[in-house]
Design a protein around this ligand. Structure first.
Ligand code: FES
Length: 219
């Protein structure tokens, strides 16, 4: 679960503005919708606000990752001419919007049935032991936050986690620790399957379209 939505927490900044880099995508997102329907851009604008905060957080000390301050929600309500509470409702509903500061790397564990059957409990335990924080907590250096979510749609390569925008799949406690070690050094671990299989192909290799798979160099 994500952290509770607290409008009055002391970490809430007084104001928020989209900076120069983000103003253009904000304008483009709004222009995708017909006149009078600009409120439909609320979700992309929230995503952009979260990404702007993440950029700021990556240069801060201590570090922090993308989240959406109340001032950003109010600013978006103003831009889109909608009631603030409608924006709060969207933000508090979806797990992809963070309503409180998180670490630079937000680890979202999937523990829904297919991942659970394939060992998500062992992955969560390994991460907790490796980082020394529990689910819902952030490491002291601001680098990692742990969060548990529902199915992320990659069940075929279970167990898996999402870290920021990337999926890490076919996890074992060992390869999960390797991913964490790389991120701790701000390196870029391989995304997708950690056992090297291509996309969601059977572990034993293709069972159909074998010639095409060879031609495409995926085996
Ligand atoms: S159950 Fe984990 S991705 Fe679907």
């Amino acid at each position: 679960m994500k952290k509770p939505f607290d409008l009055h927490a002391d970490y809430q900044p007084e104001d928020f503005e989209f900076n120069k880099k983000f103003k253009k995508p904000v304008k483009e997102a709004i222009e995708r919708y017909p006149a009078g329907r600009q409120q439909s851009a609320v979700m992309p604008l929230l995503d952009l606000a979260q990404r702007q905060v993440a950029v700021e957080g990556a240069a801060a000390n201590p570090l922090y990752g993308g989240w959406i301050p109340r001032a950003a929600m109010d600013h978006i309500a103003e831009i889109l001419d909608m009631q603030k509470v409608k924006v709060y409702e969207v933000v508090s509903f979806y797990s992809m919007y963070n309503t409180a500061p998180v670490g630079k790397y937000l680890i979202q564990f999937c523990s829904t049935t297919p991942c659970w059957l394939r060992g998500s409990d062992a992955i969560i335990k390994a991460v907790i032991e490796h980082l020394g924080v529990g689910v819902g907590e952030t490491t002291n250096d601001g680098k990692f936050t742990l969060m548990e979510v529902e199915c992320l749609g990659a069940c075929v390569n279970a167990p898996m986690v999402q870290i920021n925008d990337d999926y890490y799949e076919d996890l074992t406690p060992d390869n999960m620790r390797e991913v964490l070690n790389s991120l701790a050094e701000d390196l870029k671990p391989t995304i997708g399957s950690q056992t090297g299989r291509s996309a969601s192909m059977p572990c034993s290799g293709p069972t159909c379209l074998e010639k095409q798979a060879k031609k495409a160099k995926v085996v």
